[in-house]
Design a protein around this ligand. Structure first.
Ligand code: BES
Ligand code: ZN
Length: 647
């Protein structure tokens, strides 16, 4: 920590203080009374954010001794065997000692079969000793390699397990083309270790090279620069020369095609959806221009997107140079491309400046959601950006109200986070966005944009904590405008459960008109009275989500009869409609819902749908669907849904 104007309080004290004040809910906003919030802006209060103690900054989701010795480069030489669902070969790791006399390199491994470990000493490779610790369900195993004196590299010969959680293997029947198998990886947050033995923490950045052999009819792509010779020949080489955290390593192999959008952007996809994807994403260059104008140059060379099979469990994943995207974004009208803006924005927030710990996930996701929303505003106007923030805020408030523990509703996650997944709720995404919106509002857009641009530049290719950000903010923005916010306000936003009432209340005229039509209909109107021809996806989402809890099946039938919502081809609209239908017991939606759950593997939709089914007396029906659908879901989704049924 550099100089701070404020006295720092310890983590445990802050938690105790927050608890003793107690939380209150006013039906909409959950908030904590804060004695200190009476301090005037600019006044020197006694406490500020917690000091970043070493324990605070440590990543407890890695076994690796990364503060003693750091892996700097990984060289992969791997063969991909679709018959056995095994990746085998070697990983060669370069490292730098942070401390003298370090004789052990501790790595993360999860379900890897180690064949041989060697160390490079004085020009020769010699066998090195190692131990593999017991398998922890979340963490995998502690893989400790004994370093002979003078060792400057290690080489691990190994193979992956067919059940590796970070790799989904699809049979030809599970692809659209039905001719060839497919595989793709998903390493955030803890799954790189299921494919590669490494220091699997966002605190450590590595460059990488990869040489891969695959069946010759398939194309392999990675989050890296591909060898110029991109021939479909089963032999591929990649180089990522910019240091990235391990969770951004990525690989996909399949019968995919490429279509360019411009000279440094394009789309990979299976043939059936390639043209539609390129059309859906055709505004990506404008998004890049917008973000560059705000926050400085795109630094990764190319930006391609691959539209994966529908079992991809996320909306998008910001693998550098090559974002991985769900096909549920291809709605035909660009209405869901905020996810494109989001993954692209990660090229600044997340990939360039990275949270060093999953407790600081909001630094990745909150900043990215903010940049995403600014990008949507720049391209499509204020109204669309406000609608998106309004929908987001509703989700945030629902999340906060339903949170398992109040500590999970502060931006900075607690030390005893059970699983990194807990850090990726609307709190970090939407809460983080609204925090930055609050700062933008207080400091003025121009000043705040200039600050953020400097921030991305200052911390480029580094991994940092919330406290690093706040310190930089304090020194480079706040110090010049001390009256703009008070220390207590910052504290409330970042460290205290819930969200303060300084949170923006996005006002959308378009949504107000939708609500007025809805109310007229609910007050004994006729469905024919609806004028929806100009409604966008967002207005539909607002409408369906605003329907009252006591909506009757007759009313839903009337809407469905006129608007065919049960068979909507827009996955976001279908999703909220099924939520409403399950809660109201609207039977005609169940067959299309069954079809949806069989077709779509995106966690944002299917986890809550299964949960809502279980919560509304439909467990048996849900189990029956899941029995048919499970094999097609990604291992990450299988684990999450198994947990829903387990209780
Ligand atoms: N990095 C996330 C996806 C992720 C989060 C993977 C946590 C693994 C663990 C990605 O950038 C993301 O946030 N995707 C969102 C889209 C966004 C617009 C909210 C998604 O998948 O829906
Ligand atoms: Zn994200």
């Amino acid at each position: 920590m550099v100089f701070s104007r404020f006295l720092l309080i310890s983590a445990s004290f802050a938690v105790l203080a927050a608890c003793s004040r107690g939380g209150e809910t006013d039906g909409e906003t959950t908030y904590i009374e804060d004695d200190a919030s009476s301090s005037e802006p600019g006044e020197e209060a006694e406490a500020v954010w917690r000091a970043a103690t070493p324990e605070d900054a440590a990543d407890k989701f890695t076994y690796s001794n990364y503060n003693d010795i750091r892996v700097t480069h990984v060289d992969l030489d791997l063969n991909i065997d679709f018959d056995t669902k095994v990746i085998s070969g070697s990983a060669t790791l370069d490292f730098e000692r942070e401390k003298n006399d370090v004789d052990t390199l501790v790595l993360d491994a999860n379900d890897l079969k180690i064949e041989m470990v060697e160390a490079h000493v004085g020009g020769d490779w010699i066998t090195a000793g190692y131990t593999m610790g017991p398998d922890d369900e979340v963490m995998g195993s502690r893989f400790a390699i004994t370093l002979p004196d003078g060792a400057d590299q290690v080489r691990v010969a190994y193979e992956t397990s067919p059940d590796a959680e970070g790799i989904q293997w699809l049979s030809p029947e599970q692809t659209a083309g039905k001719q060839h198998p497919y595989l793709f990886t998903q390493f955030q947050p803890l799954y790189a270790r299921t494919m590669i033995p490494l220091q699997d923490t966002p605190a450590v950045r590595i460059t990488y090279d990869a040489h891969l052999t695959t069946p010759p009819e398939l194309i392999a792509v990675m989050s890296a620069r591909q060898d110029e010779d991109g021939d479909r020949d089963g032999d591929y080489s990649f180089r990522m020369s910019q240091p990235i955290p391990s969770y951004l390593l990525a690989l996909a192999v399949g019968d995919i095609e490429f279509k360019a959008i411009n000279d440094h952007m394009g789309v990979y996809a299976e043939d059936y959806i390639l043209d539609a994807s390129a059309a859906e994403f055709e505004d990506t260059p404008m998004m890049e221009e917008a973000i560059e104008a705000f926050y400085g140059p795109f630094r990764w060379g190319r930006y391609d997107q691959i539209v994966l099979p529908p079992s991809f469990p996320f909306g998008g994943m910001e693998n550098p140079r090559l974002s991985f995207m769900t096909p549920t974004l291809i709605a035909g009208d660009k209405s869901l491309t905020n996810v494109v803006a989001h993954e692209l924005a990660h090229s600044w927030s997340g990939n360039l400046v990275t949270n060093s710990n999953w407790r600081d996930a909001w630094l990745n996701e909150g900043f990215t959601s903010y940049v995403e929303n600014r990008t949507m505003e720049a391209l499509y106007g204020e109204e669309r950006a406000v609608m998106e923030r309004s929908l987001d805020k509703k989700s945030l408030m629902e999340d906060v109200a339903g949170a398992a523990r109040p500590e999970l509703t502060a931006l900075k996650m607690p030390t005893d986070l059970g699983h990194p997944d807990d850090a990726f709720s609307d709190v970090s995404y939407v809460g983080g966005m609204f925090f930055l919106k609050f700062l933008e509002n207080r400091f003025g857009r121009e000043t705040f944009d200039a600050f953020l641009k400097d921030y991305f530049d200052h911390f480029a290719f580094q991994s940092i904590t919330t406290e690093d950000f706040l310190t930089y903010f304090e020194d480079n923005l706040w110090a010049d405008h001390p009256e703009a916010v008070s220390q207590a306000e910052i504290n409330a936003w970042v460290y205290e459960p819930g969200f303060p009432d300084t949170i923006e209340d996005p006002q959308s005229d378009a949504f107000d008109k939708v609500t007025a039509q809805m109310n007229a209909w609910l007050g004994a109107g006729d469905v024919d009275g609806f004028e929806t021809s100009a409604w966008t996806t967002h207005e539909w989402l607002h409408f369906i989500r605003s329907l009252p809890d006591n909506i009757s099946v007759e009313q839903l039938a009337a809407l469905d009869g006129r608007f065919s919502l049960s068979t909507s081809q827009n996955a976001e609209i279908a999703n909220v409609w099924y939520q409403t239908a399950i809660k109201a017991g609207y039977e005609p939606a169940f067959e299309p819902l069954d079809d949806f759950l069989m077709r779509v593997g995106r966690g944002k939709f299917i986890y809550p749908l299964y949960q809502t089914l279980v919560d509304n007396g439909r467990r048996e029906w849900a189990v029956a669907v899941y029995e048919r659908a499970r094999a097609g879901y990604h291992p990450i989704a299988q684990r999450r849904i198994d947990a829903i049924f387990a209780g």
